[in-house]
Design a protein around this ligand. Structure first.
Ligand code: NCD
Ligand code: ZN
Length: 336
């Protein structure tokens, strides 16, 4: 038996309407809180939208499971905000999420001109609001993350007190960069600890393993895995669980995103256990995030046991990561 105190998913997509109602309870079962991404069809780019989305999430969860403890930590979609807007939003958000325009799912409203964001980033630094970044350039897809490191370097030089999160890092280069810059943290997904490009495109194309940033080389994957298992203090678990209905994945023009919410904690337990590093899991799924963000999660104990189960083929319209596979750890009380 393994009990985790207040496990956190520090990068999560919950969507809206029926999809929200399908996926949010699955995260609420595993995690005490999660950082919710703002890339809805209409981006969450005002305090009113944050409030409306937050209450939709809470409503979806409480309808499905009445007494569950779960806090959505909200983010604002980056645009150029005024000081008054950020001061008003600050108590209700955990950070501001920046997407380069068009780089991933529902990011069209993102940043086109990085020279035009300085005033808002200066306010984030001054008000001590973390900036969460989808760090990819528009270059060759395997090089995008490494190329974007220059943007991080400029941000760090210009805003030395800004709290900066590199989201879902997928390369050894990003890890090396992180090690040189104390003011940063990085989230790491489950799938980037497991996959390489070969898993997605090396044989028959696997649309359910297609996500942004795409999985990279074995060397990248192994570097991330080693650092996480060694207990790197600024690597934070963020699933980037990103549900898309099957018909938008299994088609010409597959949507980017892997839905990992229901398997995230069991599979992490399996990876840490197999490496003989179970004792390092608590820091990855809670302590490292808390230290960086300086927040307190709700109290919640989540128990897992070493007992095989088979991952369902579908959750509503979505096919989960590792569908049909047997995992060695499961949530206690999990309905499978
Ligand atoms: C995410 C989504 O579907 O919203 N997709 C993905 O491939 N990770 C967006 C994102 O985080 O890039
Ligand atoms: Zn994401």
């Amino acid at each position: 038996m393994l009990s985790l105190q207040s496990p956190l998913d520090m990068h999560l997509h919950l969507r809206e309407q029926d999809m929200l109602r399908t996926v949010a309870p699955l995260t609420a079962k595993s995690f005490a809180a999660a950082v919710v991404m703002p890339n809805l069809l209409q981006p969450v780019n005002s305090l009113d939208k944050v409030r409306a989305y937050c209450s939709a999430i809470k409503g979806a969860i409480s309808t499905a499971c009445e007494d569950v403890v779960f806090t959505p930590w909200m983010t604002l979609f980056f645009r150029n905000y005024s000081r008054a807007e950020l001061i008003a939003a600050r108590p209700e958000i955990i950070g501001v999420k920046l997407y380069p325009a068009g780089i991933t799912t529902q990011s069209e409203a993102g940043v086109r001109d990085f020279d035009a964001i300085a005033a808002t980033v200066a306010l984030l630094e001054e008000l001590d609001i973390p900036l969460l970044v989808h760090g990819e350039s528009s270059g060759f897809v395997m090089d995008r993350e490494a190329e974007f490191l220059q943007v991080y370097a400029d941000l760090i030089r210009n805003f030395p007190r800004l709290r900066l999160v590199m989201e879902h890092i997928s390369t050894a280069a990003a890890l090396e960069f992180l090690d040189k810059h104390e003011q940063m943290a990085a989230t790491v997904t489950l799938h980037h600890l497991m996959l390489t490009l070969d898993d997605m495109a090396g044989g028959l194309l696997q649309p359910h393993l297609f996500c942004k940033p795409i999985a990279k080389t074995p060397r990248d994957r192994d570097a991330l895995r080693r650092a996480v298992l060694a207990g790197h203090p600024r690597l934070i678990f963020g699933s980037d669980s990103a549900p898309h209905p099957r018909h938008t994945k299994e088609c010409c023009g597959c949507a980017a995103g892997i839905f990992s919410a229901p398997v995230a904690l069991p599979m992490l337990a399996q990876i840490f256990d197999q490496a003989g590093r179970l004792e390092a899991l608590q820091a990855f799924v809670r302590d490292n995030g808390l230290r960086f963000y300086g927040i307190t999660p709700p109290d919640k104990t989540v128990c897992l046991q070493r007992k095989p189960w088979r991952v369902p083929e579908n959750y509503g319209p979505v096919r989960p990561f590792l569908a049909g596979e047997e995992l060695q750890w499961q949530l206690v009380d999990a309905e499978v």
